[in-house]
Design a protein around this ligand. Structure first.
Ligand SMILES: NC(=O)c1ccc[n+]([C@@H]2O[C@H](COP(=O)([O-])OP(=O)(O)OC[C@H]3O[C@@H](n4cnc5c(N)ncnc54)[C@H](OP(=O)(O)O)[C@@H]3O)[C@@H](O)[C@H]2O)c1
Length: 353
């Protein structure tokens, strides 16, 4: 498929939506047709996201009725949801039902958690509320794009940002059978990971110039990481995950440690990681320790690792909003429409942020 496809974005004023708009505004194959907003309907997008004024000077936020019209009037629409979990599923269900009734097609990538689990029970056990569209769960696949070649469902649930970084670092270790299936993970995330609504504990004055751990060994993304690691590597593993709040806006740095089955050197470890991601354009494996500034605002992940012969430590950095959400979603949508995976995503990190 090479014709341009209209794209719509749900959850319009959120951080991930802003990043989706930035990426879609200059995408070679998707035309940003509309962005839904509950809180800012009919307001200029550039008034809310002032950095997008040069690329989206005229676009206005749409209400959900207008969004439905795009999906029913166009033969095919690419739908990106950046709505919160607990909200996204019902919004998507309504759009897909309208498309089905109109005889049109919509392909969805959801960045929320709503379609990441195989069953409503598994979802409800973690999120403590009733799933918004349980009958649609089987229409979604959840995977990091680098860990799944062939998609067998019409829609995709993008893994969470922490999950993306942890999986990029862990899956090669498990899939190649290098380590015992018990992984110890420390991760640090920037403040945009908590969304735009300031709450105590995630508010800038609380986080700035500070660093602290939260939800140690009890983060709600661990069941998601465990299931996706098993699907990608074929190995059931335990993840002991200790997340931290970092004093920066964008980015995630994770360190995964595990015990080697057989001794290997740092050189051999880095070589194995490099080979594993040989075909993955967006994953760079280097000998140097990865740094946030080399990936921020880009769709790239950087990995490296060290070994002392008994234990390995693999480090991974990504931008939570880009590779961990909006960029990964565009990467999936590129594939779903038969475009090159890299379309609209090759802009490098600015280097200084
Ligand atoms: N932030 C990250 O790093 C990150 C990474 C991976 C995945 N995600 C996921 O991506 C989604 C968006 O994340 P985000 O950080 O962009 O969130 P956010 O900044 O909090 O924005 C979410 C947006 O959703 C809309 N919304 C619709 N119904 C809502 C409701 N009932 N309550 C609150 N907002 C509602 C709001 O926009 P309107 O008022 O304009 O409709 C809001 O601005 C979430 O599901 C999140 O879990 C986030």
């Amino acid at each position: 498929m090479s014709a341009r496809t209209p794209a719509i974005v749900l959850g319009g004023t959120g951080y991930v939506a802003g990043e989706l708009l930035r990426l879609l505004a200059s995408h070679p194959y998707f035309d940003l047709a509309a962005v839904a907003s509950d809180s800012q309907p009919d307001q200029p997008v550039a008034q809310f996201f002032r950095h997008l004024q040069p690329v989206l000077p005229h676009l206005r936020f749409a209400n959900h009725e207008e969004i439905l019209e795009y999906v029913t009037a166009n033969p095919t629409t690419a739908v990106f949801s950046a709505a919160p979990h607990g909200v996204s599923a019902a919004l998507i269900d309504r759009l897909l039902t309208a498309a089905e009734q109109a005889g049109t097609q919509a392909r969805v990538v959801d960045t929320s958690a709503d379609f990441r689990y195989a069953s409503a029970d598994a979802y409800e056990a973690v999120y403590k509320h009733v799933h918004g569209a349980p009958d649609r769960l089987s229409e979604f696949t959840c995977a990091v794009p680098e860990h799944l070649n062939a998609l067998s469902t019409p829609h995709v649930a993008h893994p969470g940002c922490f999950a993306t970084a942890v999986l990029l670092a862990s899956v090669p270790l498990l899939a190649l059978g290098l380590v015992e299936p018990r992984l110890f993970v420390s991760g640090v995330t920037g403040s945009t990971g908590s969304g735009r609504q300031p709450v105590a504990g995630t508010h800038h004055p609380q986080r700035h110039s500070d660093m602290y751990c939260y939800n140690a060994l009890a983060h709600r993304h661990v069941p998601e990481i465990t299931a996706l690691a098993q699907a990608a590597s074929g190995t059931q593993a335990d993840f002991a995950f200790v997340p931290h709040s970092g004093p920066f806006a964008r980015g995630i740095h994770v360190t995964v440690q595990a015990t080697l089955h057989e001794s290997m050197t740092t050189h051999e470890l880095v070589h194995a990681l490099r080979e594993y991601y040989d075909q993955s354009v967006f994953v760079r494996v280097g000998g140097e320790m990865p740094r946030l500034k080399d990936v921020i605002a880009s769709n790239f992940a950087e990995l490296s690792g060290v070994s002392n012969g008994r234990t390995v430590a693999v480090m991974c950095v990504i931008d939570n909003l880009t590779k961990g959400a909006a960029g990964g979603a565009v990467q999936w949508m590129n594939r779903m429409f038969g475009h090159e995976e890299t379309a609209g995503l090759m802009t490098p990190a600015p280097g200084w942020t």
